[in-house]
Write a protein that binds this ligand. Sequence first.
Ligand SMILES: Nc1ncnc2c1ncn2[C@@H]1O[C@H](COP(=O)(O)OP(=O)(O)OP(=O)(O)O)[C@@H](O)[C@H]1O
Ligand SMILES: [Mg+2]
Length: 160
Amino acid sequence: MSFVVKLPTVEDTQEFGRRLAGLLRAGDLVLLTGPLGAGKTALTQGVGAGLHVLGDVTSPTFVIARVHRPDPARGGRVALVHADAYRLGAASDPRAEIDDLDLDASVDESVTVVEWGEGLVEQLVDAHLRVRIDRRDDDTRIVELDPVGGDWARRLAELS
Ligand SMILES: Nc1ncnc2c1ncn2[C@@H]1O[C@H](COP(=O)(O)OP(=O)(O)OP(=O)(O)O)[C@@H](O)[C@H]1O
Ligand SMILES: [Mg+2]
């Protein structure tokens, strides 16, 4: 069973990320899919806001993974690791490049959100949440959440 939501504006997408953050805990992996400009980073900004982490969540030009530490002063308790594997698409061995990021070293104690990571990062943990964002002609986004293993299906039910 998947969960589908319509998000008319970028603010709605960020707000949805904030709601999603309420379900997230250390050890979680969220895989974001969807075309260029779909809103993957916008959604991650909302997740970062909801987790009360430090530093702006952006689409870095050179950095492929960034760690946002929690801000305890605002109630942050878990770090957000935001990775964007888009540029690895051109690498001869993208999986080796992913290994070099050492995401497995941080995955247990962080929330890990990965853009363009399909086929590359699923093996980091035994369950993950897949989030597919699609863009309609009127600029609204349709977001589909698919629980893959673990207790994700039960946790998603808390969103509705
Ligand atoms: N409903 C919406 N939800 C999200 N973004 C929207 C929406 N409407 C317009 N936008 C715009 O679309 C763009 C989404 O960009 P964003 O960087 O989040 O996409 P992305 O999926 O991360 O792209 P990339 O694959 O290049 O990393 C932003 O400029 C945002 O303002
Ligand atoms: Mg992005």
